[in-house]
Design a protein around this ligand. Structure first.
Ligand code: FES
Length: 149
């Protein structure tokens, strides 16, 4: 979708900034905000590039570099950490052959860490894009990841 089509969905008001940035990022096939995205958002919201850039770098859900089609965010907050999120992270790293912050060669997955996902009752947990997946102890990651093509 053209960026102008995305912007039309929102009033050019400061309170819409995060939604606009999310929409622009979601529209990018590489799941990130380009320099052009930031410029256009700044222009639309009548603010500066550096203001938008500051917001983008503050929130971990935004990225300034290209990422995979699917973003895996493993919760590493205290409850998940006590329930072995470290082991989960190591297993995913091994399974996908990437480190945290990296993207698989086929551009399918990017692995990131996350703060609490609000599903501590199912710790340890992760998100794959918008899907929350819990109880990751002793799961078969192959069967999870093969659902994301
Ligand atoms: S600490 Fe992981 S979901 Fe809350």
């Amino acid at each position: 979708m053209e960026r102008s089509e995305i912007l039309k969905q929102f009033e050019p008001a400061n309170e819409n900034m995060l939604n606009i940035l999310h929409a622009l990022q979601n529209n990018n096939s590489q799941n990130y905000l380009s320099e052009e995205d930031i410029k256009i958002a700044a222009n639309y919201l009548n603010t500066t590039y550096s203001h938008i850039y500051g917001v983008v770098t503050y929130y971990t859900m935004f990225s300034l570099k290209p990422r995979g089609k699917y973003i895996i965010r493993v919760c590493n907050s205290p409850v998940c950490n006590m329930e072995n999120s470290t082991k989960v992270i190591e297993e995913i790293k091994r399974f996908l052959s990437i480190e945290v912050g990296e993207t698989t060669d086929d551009k399918r997955f990017t692995l990131e860490l996350s703060e609490c996902l609000g599903r501590c009752g199912k710790a340890p947990g992760m998100m794959i894009n918008e899907d929350v997946i819990g109880n990751l102890d002793n799961v078969d990651f192959k069967s999870i990841f093969e659902n994301y093509n």
